[in-house]
Design a protein around this ligand. Structure first.
Ligand code: COA
Length: 469
C-alpha cells in the first residue's frame, strides 16, 4: 500500500473515532442498567400499530438503544467495529458469537472466498431478463436459485472437470479478464483453472445450516455484483484472491480493482448495515425460518422486505429527492412545500431511534469526505447537508426525527460510481450476515411466529346468492 492510500485509510479511521467522540459527548454512554439476562415467558408489553413495542424473542446478537443512539453487535460498539474491524470479522462475530482468532478469521475468509464462485447460480440467473428486472427482485431470485444449486457444491463439481467454467454455448460466458468492452468476452486468463477456491476448512463449518449461511453471505454479494454487471451490459466476473468480500464485491461489480480507500469505505458500509435488531427484513426472515421452511427462502423474504422505500429502499429514494431538489439553495422552498403536503422526507426518521442514528453519524462525515474529492457528488452532498439542517431544526426538536442510515449511504456509493438503483442491493449484501445470525439463533429454540389480529369486522351476515346481489 502506498503512503497516500494509508493516509486516506487513516483519515477514515480518524473520522469514525471523531464521530464516536461526538456521539459519546452528546449522549449518555454509561452501561445500560438492569441488563436483561434471562426472560420468563410470557412477557407483558404494550403493543402499538406495526407491532411497535412487541417483543418477538430473546437475542444475544445485537442491541439498539433508540433514545441514546447506541448500536451494539454482541457487546461491541458499532463505532469501534467500524474503526477497527472488517466485514468478514463482523459477520463471524454475529454468526459465531465471538471475535475470531487470527486462524479462525483466515479460515473464514477462505471459506467465504470459495463461496464467491457461483457459476451455476449465475448461469441460472442469466437465463432470466435480469437487465430489465428490479434489482432487488433479481437479487431475491438469485438467492433463491442458490438454494437449488448449493453454491459451494457446484464449485466442487466443476473442479472435478478441471476448469472453472467452459466457454461453450451451453455455459454462461464469464469475463475473467475485464476488457473494458460492452460485449461478452469468451476467454479465460491463463491459469484461471488454478485460481479456484482452496479446500473447505473442516473445523469451521459445523453444520449444513452454517454452511448455508456462508453460502449466503458470500453468494448474495456475487449475485448483487452480477446483477450490476448485467444491467451495465457486461458479464459476470470471478472474484480475485487478494481482495476481501468488500473489495471483491466492488471488483466483481465494476471490473476495476478498487483502491484501498474504496475497499475500506465499502467495508465500513457493510459493517454498519450488518445488523439492526428486529427490523422488518430481519423479522421477515425469521418468520419464514420459523416455519422450518429453508434458510435460502428465509433470506429471500428478508430481501423482499428490505426492498420497500420505508426500509432499505429509502437509500435510492434519497438520491431521487436530492435530484428533485436540484441544489442547496432550493432546499428551503422545497422543504416548505414538502412539509405543507405532509410529505415524508426519505432518509429521515426511525421507529426506534429518537436520537441521532449512530450509523448516520459515520456516513454523514464519510459522504462529506468523499464529496470533497468529487466534483459530481459535491453539489448533492451540499444539498443533503442543507436538507438535514432544515429537517433537524424543525422535526428534530418537534418529533425527534434525525437522518437515518439511508440518508448519506447513497452519496457514499455514488462517490464510488455505483448506480443508484443498486444501493438497496448493497444493503442486502451486508444485512445478509445479520439475517443469517438471527435466523440461526432463533432456530435453536424455534417456535413458529403466530401473532393475532383484532377482528373489527361484523358477525351474523346473511349470505345472499350472487344473482340476488
Ligand atoms: N419525514 C417527515 N415526517 C416524518 C418522517 C419523515 N421521514 N418520519 C416520521 N415522520 C413523522 C410522521 O409523519 C409522524 O408524525 P405524526 O405523529 O404527526 O403523525 C411521526 O413522525 C411518527 O412517524 P411514523 O410514520 O409513525 O413512524 P414509524 O415508526 O411508523 O415509521 C419510518 C418509521 C422509518 C418508516 C418513517 O420515519 C419513514 O417513513 N421514514 C422515511 C423512510 C426512511 O427513511 N426509511 C428508512 C428507515 S431506516
Amino acid at each position: 500500500m502506498n503512503s497516500d492510500s494509508a493516509r486516506s485509510e487513516d483519515a477514515i479511521t480518524e473520522l469514525i473515532l471523531t464521530a464516536k467522540a461526538k456521539a459519546y459527548e452528546e449522549t449518555d454512554h454509561e452501561p445500560e442498567p438492569n441488563l436483561t439476562t434471562a426472560v420468563d415467558w410470557p412477557v407483558e408489553c404494550s403493543v402499538g400499530p406495526g407491532l411497535e413495542g412487541a417483543i418477538a424473542c430473546e437475542s444475544k446478537i445485537g442491541y439498539v438503544n433508540g433514545s441514546k443512539g447506541w448500536l451494539i453487535y454482541r457487546g461491541y460498539d458499532i463505532f469501534d467495529l467500524c474503526a477497527r474491524s472488517s466485514f468478514e470479522e463482523v459477520s463471524y462475530l454475529l454468526l459465531h458469537g465471538a471475535l475470531p482468532t487470527a486462524d479462525e478469521l483466515a479460515a473464514f475468509r477462505t471459506a467465504l472466498y470459495a463461496r464467491l464462485f457461483i457459476p451455476e447460480t449465475q448461469r441460472l440467473l442469466l437465463s432470466f431478463p435480469v437487465q430489465d428486472m428490479n434489482p432487488m427482485a433479481a437479487l431475491r431470485l438469485g438467492t433463491n436459485l442458490m438454494r437449488q444449486k448449493q453454491t459451494y457444491r457446484d464449485r466442487r463439481e466443476l473442479d472435478a472437470f478441471g476448469a472453472p467454467i467452459a466457454s461453450d454455448e451451453d455455459s454462461i460466458a464469464m469475463e475473467t479478464v475485464p476488457h473494458g468492452e460492452r460485449r461478452p468476452v469468451y476467454e479465460f486468463a491463463p491459469g484461471a483453472a488454478d485460481r479456484g477456491p482452496s479446500p473447505e476448512p473442516s473445523t469451521l463449518v459445523a453444520s449444513e445450516e452454517i454452511a448455508s449461511c456462508y453460502n449466503l453471505i458470500a453468494g448474495v454479494s456475487s449475485v448483487a455484483a452480477t446483477i450490476g454487471r448485467v444491467r451495465a451490459g457486461r458479464l459476470p466476473l470471478e472474484p480475485i484472491p487478494e481482495l476481501g468480500l468488500a473489495g471483491n464485491y466492488l471488483y466483481m461489480l465494476t471490473g476495476r480493482r478498487p483502491s484501498p480507500m474504496e475497499e475500506r469505505v465499502m467495508d465500513v458500509c457493510l459493517i454498519l448495515h450488518a445488523d439492526h435488531g428486529m427490523n422488518a427484513s430481519t423479522f421477515a426472515s425469521m418468520v419464514v425460518a420459523s416455519t422450518l421452511s429453508d434458510i435460502y427462502l428465509a433470506i429471500g423474504s428478508g430481501i423482499s422486505a428490505l426492498a420497500g422505500p420505508l426500509h432499505g429502499g429509502a437509500n435510492v429514494e434519497v438520491i431521487k429527492t436530492l435530484d428533485e431538489i436540484g441544489s442547496a439553495d432550493r432546499v428551503v422552498d422545497w422543504y416548505k412545500k414538502a412539509s405543507e403536503n405532509k410529505r415524508k422526507i426519505m432518509g429521515f426518521g426511525h421507529r426506534v431511534y429518537k436520537a441521532y442514528d449512530p450509523r448516520a453519524r459515520i456516513l454523514g462525515p464519510l459522504a462529506e469526505l468523499l464529496a470533497s474529492q468529487s466534483e459530481t457528488v459535491r453539489p448533492l452532498y451540499e444539498t443533503a447537508a442543507a436538507l438535514e439542517r432544515e429537517v433537524v431544526s424543525t422535526l428534530g426538536a418537534e418529533k425527534k426525527i434525525f437522518p437515518n442510515v439511508d440518508f448519506y449511504s447513497g452519496l457514499v456509493y455514488q462517490s464510488m460510481g455505483i448506480p443508484a438503483e443498486l444501493y438497496t442491493t448493497i444493503f442486502a449484501v451486508s444485512r445478509v450476515s445479520g439475517w443469517c445470525a438471527r435466523v440461526v439463533e432463533y432456530l435453536e429454540n424455534n417456535r413458529i411466529f403466530r401473532p393475532r389480529a383484532i377482528y373489527t369486522g361484523s358477525f351474523g351476515e346473511n349470505y345472499v346468492p350472487v344473482e340476488d346481489r
